[in-house]
Write a new protein. Structure first.
Length: 439
């Protein structure tokens, strides 16, 4: 068993000064086995170290924001060069032009781009722009997990305290009939969706049909490329599937972990937030830190790395080997229908089911607990181009040990006696229970 004494002490102090003990709900201690939430101090490639000196192969990679590895030297060097001359100025820098040109060279159908810091900055700006362009208020969002921290989306979740009524409706992924119904029954400003997820590919004709329906009903089509950008391709999922949206929203991996997001789109809409329009102007995006030089330099180094090498191919190769190795172990143990690694090879997740085959938080917690004890950290198996063969071998070995314990718990019919604390809980839930921190 590993020692988490210093990590736990730091986490306790964090709860005193930071609501939830973390600055992102997905990073919270309640997302990890109780008393086993490492507080990290450094990273290198695909490896990280915690405050107690424990070393891990990391997955998730900064909530999918790191595709080239921690401390990737070309990015670090590019950042170091520019910040020596200043980070933030009262006028644009040439770097803003160069970064915008780099971005637009990658993204089909986008004429203009505006940078910001968080994904929610850009998705909310897209909503504002669509409302102004159409004169409508209601937003249609796909039944996918997350689009924004802002009211228009969070108001639809369980964690909606303090949010007024929102004008947002849902439609089903890969179901053009449900989208058509929503568009017919409501005055929709824009349709929001991820083109694909780790577990779902667009059915033939779905994205094309969504484009046609938006055109027919006068709604803007907005693609969320937060996860797919620089993980499906450098030009996002839209480059793979060939459907051009009116607007698209980017973030996460575009600067290898440095804080940067982007709203891109067709000129006729983006100019509503500019100076070349006679229409009432849209307060599109106006951020103090959107154009700071460090993140833009990081982004340009990422673009250059994708141009001169193939990080996605490396992620897909190692992801396929990892999934095959872990699934073979589960099959050999006779639990392949209870413990499974699945998804796009560059965006893998693990599925944990109980003896009845039902998705289970206690069994997920048990798997996480055993992986931590064997030097693997992650709420998923989302990898990076920095994951080496040795990292994958280490992970497969850790999964073999974890799967053996998992089978014992299945044979027992439950996780009692196996878990060291309370199970993990959904990040977006109405109450702090079942992982409330006692004062």
């Amino acid at each position: 068993m590993r020692d988490y004494q210093r990590s736990n002490a730091i986490q306790t102090r964090l709860h005193e000064v930071v609501p939830g003990g973390a600055h992102t709900y997905a990073r919270g201690a309640d997302q990890y086995p109780e008393g086993m939430a490492p507080v990290l101090v450094r990273g290198d490639g695909a490896r990280v170290w915690d405050a107690d000196g424990n070393e891990y192969v990391e997955y998730g990679m900064g909530l999918r924001s790191v595709t080239l590895g921690h401390g990737f030297r070309p990015v670090v060097d590019a950042v170091a060069r520019v910040i020596a001359d200043g980070v933030n100025f009262s006028r644009p820098t040439e770097l803003e032009l160069l970064a915008a040109e780099d971005f637009l060279s990658l993204v089909p159908g986008a004429d203009m781009v505006k940078f910001a810091k968080n994904g929610s900055d850009t998705t909310t700006a897209a909503v504002r722009l669509a409302r102004a362009a159409t004169g409508r208020e209601t937003v249609a969002v796909c039944d996918q997990p997350f689009f924004s921290v802002d009211d228009w989306f969070i108001g639809m979740t369980e964690m909606n305290a303090g949010i007024p009524a929102v004008s947002t409706v849902r439609f089903r992924y890969n179901d053009l009939e449900s989208l058509e119904t929503v568009l017919r029954d409501n005055e929709i400003a824009c349709v929001f969706l991820e083109q694909a997820t780790a577990l779902a590919e667009p059915a033939p004709g779905f994205l094309e049909g969504a484009r046609a329906l938006c055109d027919r009903f006068g709604a803007l089509l907005v693609f969320d490329e937060m996860i797919t950008g620089f993980r499906w391709s450098a030009g996002g999922a839209q480059r793979i599937y060939g459907v051009v949206p009116d607007l698209s929203c980017w973030g996460k991996a575009m600067a290898n972990g440095f804080p940067l997001s982007a709203l891109a789109g067709k000129r006729e809409f983006m100019e509503l937030g500019g100076l070349r329009t006679d229409a009432d102007r849209v307060f599109l995006l106006s951020t103090t830190h959107g154009p700071e030089t460090a993140s833009l330099a990081a982004f340009r180094a990422v673009v250059e790395t994708y141009r001169t090498s193939d990080p996605i191919a490396r992620m897909e190769e190692s992801g396929r080997r990892l999934a095959a190795g872990v699934n073979a172990i589960a099959a050999d143990l006779g639990i392949g229908d209870r413990l499974e690694v699945t998804g796009r090879p560059s965006c893998l997740v693990f599925l944990t089911r109980d003896p009845e085959g039902v998705p289970s938080q206690p069994y997920r917690t048990l798997f996480l607990q055993e992986l931590l004890d064997h030097g693997v950290l992650g709420q998923s198996f989302v990898n990076s181009a920095a994951h080496t063969d040795a990292d994958i071998d280490h992970t497969i070995d850790a999964c073999q040990a974890a799967a053996k314990t998992y089978r014992k718990a299945l044979e027992q019919g439950g996780t009692d006696g196996f878990l060291t604390g309370r199970p993990v809980a959904p990040a977006l839930r109405r109450t702090a229970a079942p992982r409330r921190i006692e004062e």
